[in-house]
Each structure stands twice: as C-alpha cells, then as structure tokens.
Design a protein around this ligand. Structure first.
Ligand code: KG4
Ligand code: ZN
Length: 353
C-alpha cells in the first residue's frame, strides 16, 4: 500500500503538467447519487444526477438508511451512464475524486468505497473533496472567467457562511450561522406549515409575488458581526403558527412563506455585501442548495448593483448536490495537494475550513 501511495503521488506530479486532465467524480453525501467527468476543473463532459427525493418525500425528510441503500443500487449504473455520455472509457480517466464529507456517514461511505475501489483497480490517484467547498466550485464551471479572490455566500442544507475565497481551493471564514443552517430552517418551516419535504423549493414557489408583511423577529442577535442565527426566526414562525391555530384562525400560508423567506435571506445578503465592501472585493458568488432561491438571487443582485458589486450564481442544475462541482474542486486540489491514500474514510462532520 505504501508503494501504491508513492506511485500515486508521482502520477499526480505528472498530471500537473498535462494539458488535459479528466477527473471522474462521485458524490453521495445526502440524497443524490451523482457521477461526473470534468476536464481541467471547468469543463463538464458529463454530470449524471439521480435524485432520491421521491423516495424520501413520503417520510417528510431524508431517511439515512434508505439513502445509503439507494446509493448502492444507483452508483454502478450511474457511473456507466456518466462514461457513456462523455463518450469515454475508464482508461481515459486521469484521477478519481470523491466527496469525503460533510454528509450522512452511510451515504458518504458508498461513494468513498466505490472511489477507493476504482482508484486501486485502475491505478489512478484518489482525490478527497470537501462537499461544502465543492459547492463554491460550481461557480468555476458556470463562470469561465471567475478567479479568486471573491466573497462567497454559502447557503446549503447543512451550512451557512460568508467566506473570502482566497484561492481556488482555499478560503477564510468571515461569518457563519451560530445554530441552524438556512436550508434547514426552510425545511423545518415548510414542515410546520404542512408543505412537506423538500421545503426550500416549495416555500420559494409559495412566496412568489407575495408581500411578506409578517415581522417574525425584530432584532438581529448578531447585529454587529457577520454571524447569523436561524433558530430564533424558526421558533418565531412556529410560535406564530401555533398561536393562530389555538385561536382557530386560518393561516395565510403564502404570506408566511414570503415573510419567512424575506427575513431569512435579507439578514444574510446585507452582511455579505458588508463583508465584500470591508474586504475591498468586487464580486460575490452564491453557493449551495439555497442558492436556487429566486428571492435570494434577485435581491442580492439588486443590492449588489447599488454597491457596484457583481453578483454571480450557478445555474439551477449546479446549485443542488452534483458530482460536477466535486470534479471541479478535485482538479484544483490535485494542483496543490497530495492525493488521498487508501485509508480514506468518510468524515460526516468535516469542518468548513
Ligand atoms: O446544498 P444542498 O443540496 O445540501 C447540502 O449540501 O446541505 O442544499 C439543500 C437545501 C435544502 O435545505 C433545500 O430545501 C434547499 O437547499 N433549497 C432551497 C431551494 N432549493 C433547494 N431553499 C430555498 N429555495 C429554493 N429554491
Ligand atoms: Zn450540498
């Protein structure tokens, strides 16, 4: 095994000078099984995504054990489809990348084990990728000229943070949530008002064109910092709904959705702009599943215009979980870091940095 790792390190050195590097990437951190082939970090040759949303909807959220089983069923056919769509064989692949964390341990292990088996059998370097950083890289695919430094607003199901992206695979934290993630808050509020899973897209749809005039929280608990809190907002919505129900009053679901969405988004966007001004940068990019939210995309773009800040986000198909973003970041990791060895294991709580 020691020899194998040394051999892979040597291969990575050689790949750094190769004109075209094709990476096969695997993503299985939550309820999407995805395999992609990405060339030089920017060009997607294929990106096959199999979502389990229909399976988990009937349980009102992702059931980890069911997610793992379905990844096992999906991974090999999806791998074959990704190669077919790119019109390549495994011989054409230069390295194997995989999401190591964050995510559900059983789900991650399916991807990690498959990637290790491919790496060993094909004698191709194994590249470990941090899922949250991967979401940022979706922007390198979508915006061919995008170069660090810039500010990134990470808004996903499990993470919420404002970061300064210093290099393609390095960033520093400016602020983050002190409790719930924004996507988690969308999903919990959706459940309380009976919209079900997945909550974010459903609230987004319900809120379209609505004024949103219910004030759930009056004060920002982290007013003078770049940190945010979502548990207060979430609890305020829950209390509002319970009080209405106790009084036998009808809920205005659309107005609740818009009011919650606007407050959840506004506190983040204003801080992201402030961070960008403080860092003297001209670009903010959005990353993560909640980056698909139409109010977030529109309101940040508007705010950006007022401050001469350019706002960029990935297309909808690269906002949610996908392996193309993993293949993109893997290329930048390959340029700067050693490959992973075969002792690689899933890290469900891998930190942001
Ligand atoms: O990034 P992601 O796929 O998962 C993690 O890496 O954690 O994000 C999933 C989250 C879910 O909470 C989902 O409700 C939310 O993204 N989401 C949205 C929208 N589409 C997905 N939230 C608000 N508006 C949307 N349109
Ligand atoms: Zn994600």
């Amino acid at each position: 095994m020691e020899n194998f790792f040394e051999e892979m390190k040597q291969k990575v050195q050689e790949l750094r000078t190769k004109k075209s590097v094709k990476i096969l990437a695997i993503e299985s951190s939550c309820d999407e099984t995805s395999v992609a082939i990405v060339e030089n970090g920017r060009k997607v040759l294929s990106n096959v995504i199999s979502s389990q949303i229909d399976i988990h909807t009937r349980y009102g959220g992702v059931v980890p054990e069911i997610a793992s089983r379905n990844h096992i069923l999906a991974i090999n056919p999806i791998l074959e489809q990704a190669l077919k769509e790119a019109d390549l064989t495994l011989d054409d692949i230069d390295a194997i990348a995989v999401t190591q964390g964050a995510g559900l341990v059983g789900a991650l292990l399916v991807g990690v084990t498959s990637a290790k088996a491919l790496s060993y059998a094909l004698k191709k370097p194994l590249i470990a990728v941090n899922h949250i950083k991967g979401h940022i890289s979706a922007n390198f695919i979508a915006h061919k000229d995008l170069k660090p430094p810039f500010v990134c607003l990470i808004t996903s199901g499990g993470h919420t943070a404002i970061v300064k992206v210093c290099d393609y695979n390095r960033f520093t934290l400016i602020g983050s949530t002190q409790d719930d993630a924004i996507g988690e808050a969308f999903d919990k509020v959706a459940r309380i008002i009976g919209l079900g899973y997945p909550g974010g897209p459903k609230i987004d749809k319900m809120a379209q064109g609505e004024k949103g005039d219910i004030v759930f929280v009056k004060h920002d608990a982290f007013e003078n910092s770049f940190d945010v809190s979502y548990s207060g907002l979430k609890t305020a919505v829950i209390n509002y709904v319970h009080q209405k129900e106790q009084k036998g009053e009808k809920l205005d679901i659309k107005n609740i959705c818009a009011s919650f969405e606007h407050q959840a988004v506004d506190m983040l966007t204003q801080k992201a702009i402030k961070a960008c001004v403080q860092e003297e940068l001209q670009t903010i990019v959005l990353a993560g599943g909640v980056a698909a939210n139409s109010y977030l995309r529109n309101s940040l773009t508007e705010l950006g215009k007022r401050h001469n800040i350019e706002v960029k986000f990935p297309p909808l198909n690269l906002c949610g979980d996908n392996a193309a973003m993993i293949g993109s970041l893997a290329y930048f990791n390959l340029l700067t870091d050693d490959p992973a060895d075969l002792s690689l294991t899933a890290k469900p709580n891998i930190p942001l940095e």
